[in-house]
Design a binder for this molecule. Sequence first.
Ligand SMILES: Cc1cc2nc3c(=O)[nH]c(=O)nc-3n(C[C@H](O)[C@H](O)[C@H](O)COP(=O)(O)OP(=O)(O)OC[C@H]3O[C@@H](n4cnc5c(N)ncnc54)[C@H](O)[C@@H]3O)c2cc1C
Length: 400
Amino acid sequence: MDLFLSEEEVAFRDEVRAFLDAELDPGLRRSERLNPCFIAHPSYGLLWQAKLARRGWAVPTWPTEHGGPAWTLTQRYIFDQECERRGEPRFRTQGIKMLAPVLMRYGTPAQKMHYLPRIISGEHVWAQGYSEPGAGSDLAALRTKAVRDGDDYVVNGSKIWASMAHESTHIFSLVRTADTGKKQEGITFLLMALDAPGITIRPIKSICGSHEFNEVFFDNVRVPVGNRVGEENSGWEVTKYLLEFERGGNPAGGMLRAWHGRLLRLASVPGPDGGRAIDDPVFATQFAEIGMDIDANDMIELTAMSKVQAGGNPGAIASSVMKLERSRIRQAISELAAMVVGMDAVRWETSRPLTDLPEAPQIEEERMMASAIYFNSRSQSLLGGSNEIQLEIIARDLLR
Ligand SMILES: Cc1cc2nc3c(=O)[nH]c(=O)nc-3n(C[C@H](O)[C@H](O)[C@H](O)COP(=O)(O)OP(=O)(O)OC[C@H]3O[C@@H](n4cnc5c(N)ncnc54)[C@H](O)[C@@H]3O)c2cc1C
């Protein structure tokens, strides 16, 4: 693997940097600094997405026929690293990252034509309706029911942990369309508008203090049959494909490096006793180890992304390994950051969004965020399938 950039790649990097200098204003960067969640708040994320879309850069991993920029893998890597380093509001939405690859593979021409451009423009923001009470790790146990009635399905049931559903326009959902045979065989993948009559969204506040999750209730919701992706009762295959993209479809190296950089800033200012954490050899060793883990993770990601670039999918095993590594690294960074901030980590801002608070110097705001980010990062080893489940997927393949 050649790790040096060619002249053209350096020129591309400079072009990206110039774009970021011009378009990534301090307000957008501050919104990311004060965001403890995984995805930017849509009020900022959509602004940023619109700027990227105007430049043709909103969907770096999509093929050109659907609006992707036809970048090489190295260009995608450079773009991701530069955006993260500059502190972009991270807004790779569930529509961009998960639903789009599914539509490209399983959607009808009409579905592709209707939905994909609206995902790019931000007109449609998608939530994910998979989990249910009693159907998380054992997702195939889901019970939300869809019964065919003429040209519609009539959906009844509920979903839980639907991230950002309250800020979304649509939800892609798994529903039960048959009770016979293996439970995986009776599942169907449906697209629904969240303003359809019969849908109620109820907030759940997360441990980091933000309103991130929701319960979503379906009461006789009519969904046109044309909103089904794939065949009736074949939703499990579609789901497995989507989960690969959820767990490993986008690079996380730049994001991890940005968090690592934030940790370095926190460790480089003197604490109450006048000492700096970075001068402590134990801290410095832990910090360096995390840096090496990020480098190693980059290599796994680049290998998996090169499969996507060649028209494939990341692969179930690689996706699970990446998911595990991202969780471990993010949690290690956030733990160290909370330790470095010390007693200040006990300080807790209750108001949300945090961008409403009076502006303070960057380092003060980063110190203030340490505990909220620490709490949020606990969820990384659960979301998208818990660590135990990823280990099981890997073990099953290796021990076969
Ligand atoms: C931040 C966040 C965002 C999320 N966003 C969404 C979303 O937008 N849409 C959505 O549909 N869902 C979402 N989820 C839900 C997520 O997919 C589930 O939390 C996850 O699949 C685990 O399911 P569960 O919470 O029901 O836990 P359970 O399945 O009840 O698991 C509880 C514990 O038991 C362990 N366990 C379960 N089965 C096994 C087994 N076979 N072997 C070993 N250990 C096992 C698990 O690893 C876990 O530690 C989100 C979750 C989080 C934390």
